[in-house]
Design a protein around this ligand. Structure first.
Ligand SMILES: Cc1cc2nc3c(=O)[nH]c(=O)nc-3n(C[C@H](O)[C@H](O)[C@H](O)COP(=O)(O)OP(=O)(O)OC[C@H]3O[C@@H](n4cnc5c(N)ncnc54)[C@H](O)[C@@H]3O)c2cc1C
Length: 429
């Protein structure tokens, strides 16, 4: 029996809530290890995260916290990412790095951008994602990258998606960047200069480990299966029941609504219809050094089953045995799809060979597939109406649902830490 604050889930949002509460809480985690999506699995001398988990630390508080927790085990990197399209690698973001694209593609991108409707003063903002891309990027960039890439990632008609949740994450370059990026000198010198942080040793799980000494009241292997918001209890699949004064949940929003007793029918129905896409995380250990110079590469074309591939040994040499490379490859899919892992790996390997990253002769001793059930929240017309209704009802019951899947949003680790802190502060008030 607990009292004070019950926290459901020991992913980064739950760990941060506990860390900032300091006392008077208990965290219950369904899994046998904490960390949620922040896992680092060791296989055959390689260390694989759940795809790439890079720390984009824009907030000064979060940056200081993470640096302090990791005590020097954190390195800053200047992003080196690329797009593979039409047989060549070009710089990221595509819209400002079109130099080197074959045929008329670079010209089409620049001309399309210059005549994009969004460049006219007073043009109305489109509501759907497809029109938003055309409006801001123009025909060329849309056709050559933005539309095929996003269609592959989201697996959902872009014209049925709304933009609020995604637009802040899509860089709209300035005219000068577009023009310079279409010339050799411009593409090479473009000042996008994005940075990210990553632990030097131990993968992203080292951040979880750094939080744990501050989160002693943590029960693993306890899946919340029923919440009674009137009696203020949470029951677990182990038979244990916890009483709470305050409840912070980080479990996926549709699952949270499912386990709360006496939810009004309209809220229950609304939560059931929230959509998301899943991601196959394919980890590959390759017995050859530095198969790519990049941190990660985007693949917009249909002939590649994956939308992105990353190279963990370029973040941290600790990720692969000496002379080897550690890759992650991301394939999104409709939840419930069950492509056999063997077929998935074969098609991914064929794509990597086609792009020249791997050769037919490469030895790939490690091939691991993990299905991330909740990958990306889909922002559609239903979401727009349903989300405020669901979160409003939860607030009326005093339940704080936070984190990428608790709040049901497109966010990263920095936001998970900030949302955990905000929930802790709200509880203490
Ligand atoms: C493919 C992919 C790549 C990403 N890359 C990046 C990146 O490069 N940089 C970045 O900043 N962010 C990245 N993110 C986002 C990042 O993973 C999340 O923002 C962050 O991990 C969310 O933490 P969380 O605690 O909200 O959720 P989670 O990590 O999902 O934690 C929720 C926890 O709740 C537990 N739980 C669920 N149900 C129950 C239950 N019934 N009872 C008890 N416990 C339960 C789960 O087991 C889990 O441990 C990526 C995400 C994905 C999918």
């Amino acid at each position: 029996m607990a009292d004070g604050t019950v926290i459901i889930g020991a992913g980064l949002a739950g760990l941060s809530a506990a860390y900032h509460l300091k006392k008077g809480f208990e965290v219950f985690e369904a899994d046998t290890t904490p960390g949620g999506l922040l896992q680092t699995k060791e296989v055959g001398g390689y260390k694989f995260d759940r795809t790439g988990h890079l720390l984009h630390l824009k907030d000064a508080y979060v940056r200081g916290l993470v640096q302090g927790l990791l005590k020097g085990n954190l390195k800053e990197h200047a992003r080196n990412s690329a797009i593979y399209s039409k047989g060549v690698f070009s710089g990221y973001p595509f819209q400002a790095n079109t130099y080197g694209l074959p045929g008329d593609a670079a010209r089409e991108c620049v001309e399309g951008f210059m005549s994009a409707p969004g460049r006219s003063a007073g043009a109305a903002e489109p509501e759907n994602f497809r029109d938003w891309i055309l409006h801001h990027m123009g025909e060329g960039i849309a056709r050559h990258f933005m539309l095929p890439y996003n269609a592959k990632l989201w697996r959902y008609p872009l014209e049925d998606m709304s933009v609020e949740g995604i637009a802040p994450y899509v860089p709209i370059p300035a005219v000068d960047d577009i023009k310079r990026g279409a010339t050799k000198e411009g593409a090479e010198g473009l000042g996008y200069n994005a940075k990210f942080f990553y632990p030097e040793r131990g993968g992203i799980y080292s951040l979880v480990e750094a939080f744990l000494p501050f989160v002693r009241q943590l029960s693993l292997g306890q899946r919340a299966v029923e919440i009674d918001a009137e009696r203020r209890t949470v029951s677990f699949d182990t038979g244990y029941t916890a009483w709470y004064d305050d409840l912070i949940s980080t479990m996926p929003l549709p699952e949270l609504i499912k386990i709360i007793k006496d939810v009004p029918k309209d809220i229950r129905d609304a939560a059931e219809r929230l959509r998301y896409v899943s991601v196959y995380d394919i980890s590959l250990g390759v017995a050859r050094e530095k198969v790519s110079p990049y941190h990660w590469v985007y693949f917009p074309e249909d002939c590649f089953p994956f939308y992105r591939a990353g190279f963990l040994d370029n973040f941290s040499p600790d990720a692969a045995p000496s002379g080897c490379s550690a890759l992650y490859v991301e394939v999104s899919h409709i939840p419930g799809d069950d492509t056999p892992p063997g077929a998935l790996v074969e098609s991914v390997l064929a794509g990597l060979v086609k792009s020249g990253i791997l050769t037919e002769d490469d030895e790939v001793p490690v091939r691991d597939v993990y299905d991330i059930k909740y990958g990306y929240v889909v922002f559609d017309a239903h979401f727009k109406a349903a989300h405020p209704a669901i979160t409003g009802w939860l607030s009326s019951k005093g339940i704080r649902s936070i984190g990428r899947y608790g709040a049901w949003e497109y966010s990263g680790m920095e936001e998970a830490i900030l949302e955990g802190r905000a929930a802790a502060e709200a509880v203490r008030r």
